[in-house]
Design a protein around this ligand. Structure first.
Ligand code: AMP
Length: 216
């Protein structure tokens, strides 16, 4: 079973949804840098205040800040059972820092799962996305409606639209994806770690395909 996993793909490809399914199924520690930043913004910590401006406009938070955050989390004992990195690394310096860190703490990356998705679908998914304010569960106003409008099925929390889920920020985020994150696919392919899946198959089919692959 492959237990130390990186999830990659453009914004809206379904990383968060898949991560939550895999976390439940395989008891992995889910490390989402986006969620960590959003929690810090909610609590208005120093980190949150720093990250807020970058995130709302769709820019990447500086490498040294993001790398420090992941180093601290990944070094914690619960990650020894398996971890799922969602949204990290996003730049070459982050990927290199991660390789160095995993060596230092003797935890190897087993696989990089890449989710492919076309641009029109990304825009459709992001513009209709709603998220639970309490537990972070993802919804979509057309394809993944909650039972009661505006209320999370899982915890009853209120649903909201992320500030960076608008057309302007999405353009910037896709630009960063193409110029800084997409080149990492070659980096991991060269290390023999890359495995790509088509995220258009639907969330249950995608989960089944990825789960079967991880169990091999
Ligand atoms: P996500 O929830 O993964 O879509 O991340 C939301 C936002 O958080 C991104 O658009 C970035 O502004 C910031 N962010 C998350 N992960 C990283 C990262 N690895 N490097 C830099 N910024 C990040």
């Amino acid at each position: 079973m492959k237990k130390n996993i990186i999830l990659m793909g453009p914004p809206g490809a379904g990383k968060g949804t898949l991560a939550k399914q895999l976390k439940e199924a395989f008891h992995l520690v889910h490390i989402s840098t986006g969620d960590m930043f959003r929690d810090a913004i909610k609590a208005q910590t120093e980190l949150g205040k720093l990250a807020q401006g970058y995130i709302n406009e769709g820019h990447l938070v500086p490498d040294e800040v993001t790398i420090g955050l992941v180093k601290e989390r990944l070094s914690q004992p619960d990650c020894a059972e398996g971890f799922l990195l969602d949204g990290f690394p996003r730049t070459l310096p982050q990927a290199e820092a991660l390789s160095k860190l995993t060596k230092e703490i003797s935890r190897e990356i087993d696989v990089v799962i890449n989710l492919d998705c076309d641009n029109d679908e990304l825009v459709r998914r992001i513009s209709g996305r709603r998220v639970c304010k309490n537990c972070g569960a993802p919804y979509h106003i057309i394809t993944m409606k909650p039972k009661v409008e505006g209320v999370c099925d899982l915890c009853g929390g209120p649903l909201y639209q992320r500030k960076d889920d608008n057309e302007e920020s999405l353009k910037v985020r896709l630009g960063h994806y193409v110029s800084e994150t997409k080149p990492l696919l070659d980096y991991y392919a060269n290390l023999g770690l890359l495995e790509s899946f088509n995220s258009l198959t639907g969330k249950e089919a995608l989960f089944d395909e990825v789960s079967s692959y991880l169990k091999k």
